[in-house]
Design a protein around this ligand. Structure first.
Ligand code: HC1
Ligand code: SF4
Length: 570
């Protein structure tokens, strides 16, 4: 431990800490821009410069270690002047059309310029320009890029995908991809580059116009489904307190906005568990005929990753569609039948914490109900927030409301899909029941929960024996797991993989907060919703059981396969 003085405060901190981390640990704010803890510590933007007694030059706080007896000054006139010039230089190459930017009001560069009172740019230069693939599910606006390298480093170090490259050098360098269209790269569309971008240079493709049109069209029945992880994030972007936010309030707002039916992806998550749990048991009963381990298939970024990078493991993927897609297939078949609504006049809209979901609806066999796409439009949580804001609803005048029936009923096992370990936990609860004919304690499998990137456990199901499982999140961890499995260094029966660190709670479509990782806190809220749920087992979801009884038949049956699995010709 060393003792330093920062702005007159005596601080004792670990010897290997930087000035920035020691100051932040002591609640002393030093602004930064390019810095991401343990990911991007390259001192490129020099916004975090500070003065050290006895040194004649300023140093970047993010890249300078503390030393015993050091006296640091974070906000002297000299520091303020240098910080201001550094931000002015960044603005000089930035397209400062803030009113026309999706990150207006939530941009780290804009905030810094505001804090420093910058009203003019003394060194104007033409912003960099570049083209982008208009069909990609996210957009790169080169004129807004400040070369902070955060996207490059997240993609390299956390996801290990290496999609972004630096082109050119010096003042004219740009960040981009080596191909004309994004689909020619191995990009999985996880969107982690987007959530780590400090400006509006990277953002989701905005698909809200189609939804606005459908809401205004009396001929179209708008049916919206809300993903598990959205309910614990939407309010962040609306500036609501924890007491003001609730799932029921969100449903009330969606109804006030005019959606005809407000349903829950959690219903389809419960349905997924019945199919996937049954599939796991079927494979376990005929082990020799299958490739192991069985992998979950609900994260489209992971599915794309596996098919591209480890195609030899294709057959190990569960054949179940994701809950998003199951929901669409059931809506345009069963719900169309029971409600009498023409499926061709339905618009099924998903609200997802995810960018990859924007493309999942176009994959093979995703038109299984009536020939149209099963899911028509996918919006991220951020797009939902923009739609809600445009509505100018007074939150105090909105009544809390339940989801509509029948595709709005769910259990605690459905909601935890949004947190790393949740699919595994929910599947084990139902697999245990299917084998033993009685429930295990709903918390019996809790060691698979939590934010750790690679978790493993072995459980004993008395009439079956041992089942070895692993849960990974983040594609870097997925790669490490796949290498270990390929080399025979790790062996499991069932593996959950989510491309985003912490699972969908930390998804690429979720609200963005200045360089803050929010997956863990949002995940904890999902686990809490499960703890408080009246029913915590997917196999006890009455609406799902009715769906099987009245329409689908049995799990893995012919109709279920045609609508809910990707192997159409099974
Ligand atoms: Fe997810 Fe899923 S949990 S993949 O993260 O299986 O996006 O929330 O909706 O489909 O249910 C996302 C979340 C989501 C699906 C479910
Ligand atoms: Fe999308 Fe969730 Fe996968 Fe991230 S983990 S890519 S949010 S499905």
């Amino acid at each position: 431990m060393v003792t330093v003085e920062i702005d007159g405060h005596i601080i004792t901190a670990e010897a290997d800490m930087t000035i920035l981390s020691a100051a932040r640990a002591a609640a002393i704010h030093i602004p930064s821009l390019c810095y991401l803890e343990n990911i991007n510590e390259i001192a490129a933007c020099r916004v975090c410069v500070v003065e050290i007694e006895g040194l004649d030059h300023l140093v970047p706080a993010c890249a300078t270690k503390i030393q015993e007896g050091m006296r640091v000054f974070t906000n002297t006139m000299r520091v303020q002047k240098a910080r201001r010039i550094n931000v002015e230089l960044l603005l000089s190459q930035h397209d400062c059309q803030c009113a026309l930017c999706l990150r207006n009001g939530n941009c780290e560069l804009q905030n810094l310029a505001g804090d420093l009172g910058i009203l003019t740019i003394p060194f104007p230069v033409e912003p960099r320009t570049g083209s982008w693939d208009s069909l990609a599910p996210f957009v790169k606006e080169t004129e807004k890029c400040i070369q902070c390298m955060r996207c490059v480093q997240v993609c390299d170090k956390i996801q290990e995908m290496h999609i972004w490259q630096v082109f050119g050098s010096g003042g004219r360098s740009t960040i981009g991809i080596p191909t004309a269209v994004l689909s020619d790269t191995d990009c999985t569309y996880c969107g982690q580059c987007v959530t780590h971008c400090p400006t509006g240079a990277l953002h989701e493709r905005d698909d809200t116009a189609a939804v606005r049109r459908a809401l205004a069209d009396p001929e179209t029945t708008t049916i919206i489904q809300v993903a598990p992880a959205v309910r614990v994030a939407w309010a962040e972007g609306m500036g609501l307190s924890e007491t003001e936010m609730s799932t029921e309030k969100m449903v009330g707002i969606l109804k006030a906005m005019g959606f005809d039916y407000v349903f829950d992806t959690n219903f389809a998550a419960d349905l997924t568990i019945l199919e996937e749990g049954s599939e796991l048991l079927e494979r376990l009963q005929d082990k020799e005929s299958h490739q192991w381990p069985m992998f979950t298939s609900c994260c489209p970024a992971w599915v794309k990753f596996l098919k591209q990078q480890y195609p030899l493991f294709n057959d190990a993927l569960s054949t179940v569609k994701s809950p998003q897609q199951m929901f669409g297939a059931v809506t345009k078949s069963y719900f169309s039948d029971t409600s009498g609504i023409d499926p061709h006049k339905m618009m099924v809209i998903s609200i997802m914490p995810c960018i990859a979901k924007k493309e999942e609806n176009k994959l093979e066999n995703m038109r299984s109900a009536c020939g149209d796409l099963d899911v028509d439009v996918i919006l991220t949580t951020r797009e939902l927030i923009r739609l809600m804001k445009a509505q100018h609803v007074n939150i105090n005048q909105i009544d809390s409301q339940p989801f509509d029936s029948p595709l709005g009923s769910s259990t605690g096992a459905g909601v935890i899909f949004g947190a790393s370990g949740g699919v595994m936990d929910a599947a084990l609860r139902s697999a245990y029941y299917l084998i033993e004919g009685k429930n295990a304690d709903a918390d019996a499998f809790n060691v698979v929960r939590g934010i750790k990137g690679w978790k493993e456990a072995t459980f004993t199901i008395p009439s079956f024996g041992q089942i070895r499982v692993a849960v990974v999140s983040g594609l870097g961890n997925a790669k490490a797991l796949m290498e270990a499995v390929s080399k025979g260094e790790a062996a499991y029966d069932f593996v959950e993989v989510m491309a985003c660190p912490g699972g969908c709670a930390g998804g690429g479509g979720q609200p963005i907060h200045e360089a803050m990782e929010c997956a863990e806190a949002r995940g904890e809220q999902l686990w809490l919703i499960d703890q408080r749920a009246a029913i915590r087992y997917s196999h006890e979801n009455e609406a799902v059981l009715t769906l099987y009884r009245d329409f689908l038949g049995k799990p893995l049956g012919a109709k279920a396969h045609a609508l809910l699995h990707t192997d159409e010709n099974w």
